[in-house]
Every structure is written in structure tokens, then in C-alpha cells.
Design a protein around this ligand. Structure first.
Ligand code: ADP
Length: 263
């Protein structure tokens, strides 16, 4: 379990999301953070957990994640079988905020174990031990979800979706993104500005088939490389452009935009 960091994680709010989340927490409502990858969802949860003084337990979802991975399992040791709580159970017992990152990656039979925790019951039945745990005060379920990603292949069932209050996230407007890149990347304002301008131009390529557009996270990675002495063009190529696509013509178009932006 994460210990509360002594200092607030840096989070620059975009709107009313902090107050809204506080109200959800106070009213024991589960929250869904919707938005593209790398736009600040995880940082927001870290900040909110700090602000509310709750421990944070983060679970990265993937298609192999089973209900036992969340709830727990019997382990065989020297002294016989021993029950070991999974991360969800630990969060339920301790009144932590439990953050399931990229919930759509998890299988439906895994996701359904969350259902009784998201309504008035706030319980977690543990079939293997026969226990029915009532969630400790302060327990809150938060999930993140990228609506653009593999939308045709994977989606959340309405029966799951409707158990959450949804907060919309997106890339920040240029001035705010500059603040974030400058601060997190540790570079000069003018350089942060150039990276944000490049990102905005690259994001227009979505209409030309670029599946994932550059996130604030990629800009920060480029900024850090620049800060450590890597030439700007090389840093942008490696940290922003190359990760986004393997398609020759798209890479060419992105490099053209890079050349035009850095002039
Ligand atoms: P997500 O969870 O949406 O994929 P993250 O929260 O990991 O994205 O954000 C990626 C990085 O971008 C963070 O580590 C942080 O450095 C930065 N970041 C993005 N948005 C913000 C913000 N509003 N305030 C502070 N940092 C931000």
C-alpha cells in the first residue's frame, strides 16, 4: 500500500474536478475518469488521495487479470494453506482509494466482482473464505477508461458503466499544458512552448489516421531528454514521434511538422 507522500503531488486542475471528486468521496460514489492516455488521470487520483488523506492502491488492468488477482487466494506454505488478501480486498478492509487503471482491459467476469462495492451495499463477498466484507469508511473505487482506444473491440457493459460518476479528462489547453511541461520536464518556458505547439500540430493528424496522438506524458519525456542535453530534434523524434506509429508516410508527415515547428 502506498504511504501518503509528505508533499502534495503536483496537479494543475483543469476545471471543477477536485470539488466534484471530493463530493463523490464524501457521498461514497464510485468514479470513472474518462480520457486519452497520458492526460493526467493517474496524477489526479494521486493528488486526490493525498488531499483526502486516504491510502491509494493502484491496479493496472490487463486481460489476464482474474477475480482472484483482485480478491485474494489461498497460498500453500510450510504451515499449511494461508489466505492472502488481493489488492482490492486490502483496499476494502483499510478504507483506501482503489484505482483500477484501464478498466476495459479486464475481462467481464473480473469486472463483475466490483459491482456489489459500487452500490448502497458496499460489500465484497469472498466466495473462497465465505466472508462478506463491508467496505471500511473512506473506501472508494475509481476506474480509468480511454474511450478512443480500441472502442470497437472493447467497451464497458452498461451494467458496469452506470455504477460510476464519470469525470471527463482531455489534454489541457496550450497555456496550461506549457505550465505542466515546463514544471514536470524542468525546461525553459520557450522550449515548453515549442513542444506544446508541436503536439498541437501533431494532434491534427488524427484525422489522417494517427490512432494515438501525443500525450502530455510524451511531451514531458521529450522535455526531460532536452534537459539532459539531447538535441531538441533528436529528443522530439525519439520521445514524441517514434512511439506514435510505425507507418512510414505518417512518420514522414510527423517529421515534416517537427521541421516546420522547430524553424
Ligand atoms: P494518464 O493516467 O491519464 O494516462 P498521467 O496522470 O500518468 O496520465 O499523466 C502523465 C503525466 O503528465 C503525469 O505523470 C504528469 O507528469 C503529467 N500531467 C498531466 N496532466 C497533469 C496535470 N493536470 N497536472 C500535473 N501534471 C500533469
Amino acid at each position: 500500500m502506498d504511504m501518503r507522500p509528505p508533499e502534495a503531488p503536483y496537479y494543475l486542475a483543469g476545471g471543477n474536478e477536485v470539488a466534484l471528486f471530493e463530493q463523490c468521496h464524501a457521498r461514497q460514489l464510485a468514479v470513472m475518469l474518462k480520457g486519452p492516455t497520458g492526460c493526467g488521470k493517474t496524477r489526479f487520483v494521486e493528488y486526490m488521495a493525498w488531499k483526502l488523506g486516504r491510502p491509494l492502491i493502484t491496479i493496472a488492468c490487463h486481460d489476464d487479470l482474474s477475480a482472484s488477482d483482485l480478491i485474494g487466494r489461498f497460498l500453500i506454505g510450510h504451515e499449511g494453506t494461508l489466505w492472502q488478501d488481493g489488492p482490492l480486498t486490502r483496499a476494502v478492509r483499510s478504507g483506501a482509494i482503489c484505482y483500477l487503471d484501464e478498466i476495459v482491459e479486464a475481462r467481464q467476469d473480473t469486472v463483475v466482482v466490483l459491482h456489489p462495492l459500487t452500490d448502497h451495499r458496499r460489500i465484497l463477498p469472498i466466495d473462497k473464505t465465505g466472508e462478506v466484507l463491508a467496505a471500511a469508511p473512506g473506501f472508494q473505487l475509481v476506474v480509468s477508461y480511454n474511450p478512443g482506444y480500441q472502442r470497437m473491440l472493447k467497451d464497458m457493459k452498461p451494467s458496469t458503466r452506470q455504477r460510476f460518476v464519470a469525470l471527463d479528462f482531455d489534454f489541457p489547453p496550450p497555456e496550461r499544458e506549457c505550465d505542466i511541461v515546463q514544471r514536470e520536464g524542468g525546461i525553459e518556458r520557450a522550449q515548453a512552448h515549442a513542444l506544446v505547439t508541436l503536439a498541437q500540430r501533431l494532434r491534427t493528424l488524427q484525422e489522417r489516421g494517427l490512432a494515438e496522438v501525443p500525450s502530455t506524458r510524451l511531451l514531458i519525456a521529450a522535455a526531460r531528454l532536452i534537459g539532459s542535453g539531447i538535441p531538441v530534434r533528436e529528443a522530439c523524434n525519439s520521445a514524441i514521434i517514434a512511439p506514435l506509429s510505425d507507418d512510414g508516410p505518417l512518420l514522414g508527415a510527423m517529421r515534416d511538422l517537427l521541421d516546420a515547428t522547430l524553424i
